[in-house]
Design a protein around this ligand. Structure first.
Ligand SMILES: [Zn+2]
Length: 431
């Protein structure tokens, strides 16, 4: 879409009484937030290092609370340090509609992964105020703590704690010279009250998160709004391949039982299988160790992991069965043995079909090309799927790059995403 048609469609929508977000204000907030954790002497393009619980993160959190207060929101920090800002609705019995993301980053991360969704939620609320739009449900913005999993090696920290509670024994874990209890106190949380989950099923009327895609599916389809079908299911199998370690100089090729050769065939089979099926499934062997691991010894044992992701657990089960059949063939031909360790499947978290439709219709109304796709990465939204109708939308990542200072989403795409978020939030909040 060209800039002209973009402006034309927002003008047409304004004529119909549909409000649009203030793109300049959203950009300004993204630039302001980027100053917390910016490399010394750098600029916006140099990215951020704003790991949860560190000083730049605390600075950013204080700034966010200040913004929410200046907007007139009721601000609350929960026991895990998650920050909420609420705009009241007209019906005191109606549950709030929630939107947000995270403001922590990986070391040397970008300025869009997390901040866009968090600040777009603020922008939605500001837009309602600009246009004097009252909603029946309260509208609330949230910044979840520690989504990236750098601190204490725990991804989705804040949303996990809020919806599932935290084991009290974990509070003694240390990272970066502080215990988890100290870390929580540092950001205004309360370690004494984190054991019990405090967000329960039915506490919210809906949750929608805007995020950058962090991939290339949307670029490939030249779509502008990704309608996330859900967070994918994951299976991960540790596999042991057993052969026979022997002298690499004296053992004839025909006599060998080379575990690494068998493992190599499996690695290729995993890659081939994921590409041969229709759909969005992905499969990876990301870890492999060879024993005994000497240049002059035929490998006797290989340990590797097979990881597969798809929205459908049934697809993953089918892929597993096919790979195991393939292993039977390799085992016969290579005279090796495969041992698969069964692991629990992490189920996919599907988005709410109603919210997906609402996002899709909003995108189309605004003249934007939508595309349905799964989220291959974990997001806080997956925890909210157990609480209320959950939806997620993506905007394109230039080059598919994220977790890097080079992470980039155009200002126009940021505004597009925030506008579609606004429309879908309004639909939920007015219901
Ligand atoms: Zn993120």
């Amino acid at each position: 879409m060209t800039r002209r048609t973009f402006l034309a469609s927002s003008a047409a929508l304004a004529a119909q009484g549909t409000p649009s977000i203030n793109a300049a204000r959203l950009r300004q907030r993204l630039e302001q937030l980027s100053a917390f954790g910016r490399p010394a002497g750098g600029s916006f393009a140099d990215g951020v290092t704003r790991v949860a619980f560190t000083d730049p993160f605390v600075g950013a959190s204080k700034w966010l609370v200040g913004e929410m207060k200046a907007m007139g929101l009721t601000v609350r920090v929960d026991q895990a340090g998650n920050i909420y800002g609420r705009r009241a609705g007209t019906d005191p019995t109606a549950k709030a509609v929630l939107s947000g993301s995270h403001i922590d980053s990986v070391p040397s991360g970008g300025n869009f992964d997390g901040p866009l969704g968090t600040l777009a939620a603020l922008e939605v609320i500001d837009t309602l105020r600009d246009h004097n739009i009252a909603t029946r449900h309260p509208v609330e913005a949230v910044a979840w703590v520690g989504e990236e999993g750098v601190a204490f090696s725990r991804g989705l920290f804040g949303s996990n704690a809020a919806t599932k509670g935290l084991a009290t024994k974990d509070l003694a874990e240390t990272w970066n010279g502080m215990t988890l209890a100290d870390a929580l106190r540092k950001i205004g949380g309360d370690p004494a009250r984190v054991a019990q989950p405090w967000i329960k099923r039915g506490d919210y009327a809906g949750y929608i998160e805007l995020h950058i895609e962090q991939g290339r599916r949307m670029l490939r389809q030249t779509s502008q709004i990704g309608i996330v079908e859900g967070i994918v299911a994951i299976v991960r199998y540790p596999v042991t391949v057993l052969g026979e370690a022997n002298h690499a100089g004296t053992t004839m090729m025909a006599d060998r039982r080379d575990a690494l050769v068998g493992a190599s065939e499996l690695v290729l089979a995993v890659n081939k299988l994921a590409q041969s099926l229709p759909g969005n499934q992905v499969a990876t062997v990301g870890m492999l160790t060879v024993k005994p691991g000497a240049a002059n010894v035929i490998p006797g044992e290989v340990n590797l992991t097979v990881e597969m992701r798809d929205m459908s657990s049934a697809t993953l089960e089918k892929m597993t069965a096919q790979l195991r059949a393939e292993c039977d063939r390799i085992a016969r031909e290579r005279k090796v043995e495969f041992r698969w360790t069964p692991v629990a499947l992490r189920d996919g978290q599907p988005s709410d079909p109603g919210v997906m439709k609402s996002l899709e219709a909003a995108a189309t109304r605004r003249g934007l090309k939508p595309q349905r796709l799964p989220s291959g990465a974990g997001h806080d939204a997956s925890n909210m799927a157990a609480i209320c109708p959950m939806g997620m939308l993506f905007v394109p990542s230039q080059g598919g790059i994220s977790h890097s200072p080079r992470e980039l989403t155009t200002w126009e795409d940021c505004a597009n995403g925030a506008n579609v978020l606004l429309d879908a939030m309004l639909e939920l909040a007015r219901a």
